[in-house]
Design a protein around this ligand. Structure first.
Ligand code: HEM
Length: 450
C-alpha cells in the first residue's frame, strides 16, 4: 500500500479501491445469505443470517457511498484543476476506511446496536460524520463560485450538503424525545433513509452527466434544461420521497402520492437522458470509452425495469401486499445493483482509464454474465414475494409459515443459482479493476491531483 501511495496514485483511486473491496465482500456475503435462504439455519452458530445480512447490506451501502465520493473527488478535480485539499481527501478516505473495517469486524463479533440498514453501533457514526464534514468542506471550497455552474456541480454540492443533514437525522432516535413516539420515530427514520438514497443518487447522477458529456465530447447535458429538471426533481425527491416508505404509518395519503410520482419522474428523466445521449455519441468516441458506454447502457435498461416495478408497487392496493416480502428486496437490489452499481462501474472504468484489450474483454464478459443473471435473480425474488404476499393476505390462518416458506424453496434455489452467476460476473469485473489499480501507474492524460 505504501508503494502505491509513493507512486502518487490520485487519492480518488484509493476511494475506488476501497469501494471495490467492499463490492467484493457484498457479493461474498450475499452468496452466503442466498445459501441460507435455501438451507435455513446454515452456519447458525458462527455466521447466522442475522450477521450475514448486515455484513452484506453495509458492504453494499459503503461500496456505493465510498465509490461515489471517489468519483466526485476525481471529476471535481478534473473540472476545477484539482480539488481544494488532497490532504483533506486523504483524511476522509482514512476515516471511512477505519470506520468500515471496524463496523464489519464488530458485526462478525456480534456487536450491533444500530437500526435496519445501519445496524452497527452508533459510536461508529462519529468517524463517518467527521469524514463527511471533511468531504463537504473540500467540495464547497473546490467549487469556489456558484454562478454559471454546470448541473453536475450543483448535484454534487446538494448531495454532499444534504447527506450530512439526513445522516445526522437518522440518529435522532438516540434522543429519548424522538423515540418516545413510535409513529414519529418511524417516520423520521424512513424519511432520513429515503433522503440519504436521494443524496447519493445526486452524487451518482451528477457524475453520470459529467461522464456522458465527457464521452460525447460536448456540454450538451451539463447546462441543458432537462438536466436541471432532473436536478430540481432530485432535490424535491430527496426532501419528500420518504412518503413512499411509510404506507403502513398513519400519514396523509397525498404525501405518498406526490413522493411516488416525483421519484418515478426522476427515474424517467434519467432514463430518457441516457437513452437519447447514446445516439449522440460518435463511433470513434464510443469505441474509445466502450466499457463506460456499455455500463451506462446497462444502467439505462435497469432504470426502466426498476421504473416498471416501482410503478406497480406505487399502486396502493399492490403496495399493501409488497410490505415485508421479497418484492421489496427485489426493488432495493434491482436499484442498487442495476442502477447504482452499473453507473459506478462506468465511472471506475473511465477513471482507471482502461484500454488494455484483454482487460476490456474480460470486463465485458463479466458485464454480459451479470446482464443474463440479474433478471433471473430479480424475477425469482418477485415471484417468491408475490406468493408470500398472497399467503400473508389470504392464507396465513390456515397454512403455517413454515409450510408457506417450504413452498418457496424452488424459487430460492433459482435465486441462489442466478445469484452465484451474478456474483461470478461481478467478481470478474472487480478482479480486473483491482488488478489494474495494483499493477498500473496512473496514465498522465487521465490524472488530476485528486
Ligand atoms: C452489487 C451487488 C449487490 C448489492 C449492491 C446488493 C444490495 C442489497 C441490499 C441493499 C439489500 C437489502 C434489501 C432490503 O432489505 O430491501 C440486499 C439484501 C440481500 N441480498 Fe444483495 N446485493 C448485491 C448482490 C447480491 C448477491 C450476488 C446475492 C446472492 C447471491 C445477494 C443476496 C442478498 C440476500 C440474501 C439479501 C437479504 C434479503 C433479506 O433480508 O431477506 N445480494 N442486497
Amino acid at each position: 500500500m505504501m508503494e502505491q501511495l509513493k507512486d502518487k496514485k490520485p487519492i480518488s483511486h484509493f476511494f475506488i479501491m476501497t469501494g471495490l473491496l467492499l463490492l467484493f465482500s457484498t457479493l461474498a456475503f450475499g452468496v452466503v445469505g442466498a445459501f441460507q435462504y435455501v438451507f435455513p439455519g446454515l452456519f447458525r452458530n458462527s455466521f447466522s443470517f442475522e450477521k450475514i445480512r448486515p455484513l452484506h447490506v453495509s458492504s453494499a451501502v459503503f461500496w456505493i457511498l465510498i465509490t461515489a465520493c471517489g468519483a466526485v473527488i476525481y471529476y471535481l478535480g478534473a473540472v476545477k484543476n484539482g480539488v481544494w485539499s488532497v490532504k483533506l481527501a486523504k483524511w476522509q478516505w482514512l476515516l471511512f476506511t477505519i470506520a468500515v473495517i471496524a463496523i464489519l469486524v464488530s458485526y462478525i463479533m456480534g456487536i450491533f446496536g444500530g437500526r435496519e440498514y445501519w445496524e452497527f453501533h452508533p459510536i461508529f457514526a462519529i468517524p463517518i460524520v467527521i469524514a463527511w464534514i471533511l468531504f463537504l468542506i473540500n467540495v464547497i471550497k473546490s467549487v469556489k463560485i456558484f454562478r454559471k455552474q454546470p448541473v453536475y456541480v450543483w448535484m454534487w454540492l446538494t448531495g454532499t450538503i444534504f447527506f450530512l443533514f439526513t445522516y445526522l437525522e437518522s440518529y435522532l432516535w438516540l434522543i429519548p424525545y424522538f423515540r418516545s413516539n413510535i409513529v414519529h420515530d418511524m417516520t423520521i427514520q424512513w424519511k432520513s433513509y429515503g433522503s440519504m438514497v436521494g443524496c447519493w443518487n445526486m452524487l451518482i447522477y451528477g457524475s453520470s452527466i459529467y461522464l456522458m458529456d465527457k464521452i460525447s465530447g460536448s456540454e450538451k447535458y451539463s447546462y441543458s434544461g432537462i438536466s436541471f429538471a432532473l436536478y430540481f426533481l432530485g432535490l424535491f425527491n430527496l426532501m419528500f420521497n420518504w412518503g413512499h416508505h411509510i404506507y403502513t404509518l398513519p400519514a396523509p395519503k397525498y404525501i405518498q402520492y406526490i413522493s411516488y410520482s416525483v421519484s418515478m419522474t426522476e427515474l424517467l428523466l434519467l432514463g430518457r437522458i441516457i437513452y437519447y445521449w447514446k445516439s449522440s455519441v460518435n463511433t470513434a468516441r464510443k469505441h474509445y470509452h466502450i466499457l463506460s458506454y456499455r455500463f451506462l447502457l446497462a444502467a439505462d435498461l435497469w432504470i426502466f425495469l426498476t421504473l416498471i416495478l416501482a410503478i406497480a408497487m406505487s399502486i396502493p392496493a399492490i403496495n399493501i401486499y409488497t410490505h415485508g416480502t421479497h418484492i421489496t428486496v427485489a426493488h432495493t437490489m434491482g436499484a442498487t445493483i442495476g442502477i447504482n452499481t452499473f453507473l459506478l462501474l462506468a465511472f471506475v472504468c473511465n477513471i482507471f482509464n482502461i484500454h488494455q484489450p484483454t482487460t476490456e474483454k474480460r470486463i465485458t464478459t463479466g458485464l454480459y454474465i451479470t446482464l443474463i443473471a440479474l433478471p433471473i435473480f430479480w424475477f425469482s425474488l418477485i415471484i417468491a414475494g408475490v406468493l408470500k404476499s398472497n399467503w400473508q393476505m389470504h392464507h396465513s390462518n390456515e397454512i403455517p409459515f413454515s409450510v408457506m416458506m417450504y413452498s418457496l424453496h424452488n424459487y430460492f434455489v433459482v435465486f441462489l443459482i442466478s445469484g452465484i452467476l451474478l456474483a461470478i460476473g461481478f467478481f470478474i469485473i472487480v478482479g480486473n479493476l483491482l488488478a489494474t489499480f495494483f499493477n498500473n501507474q496512473p496514465t498522465k492524460n487521465n490524472i488530476t491531483n485528486a
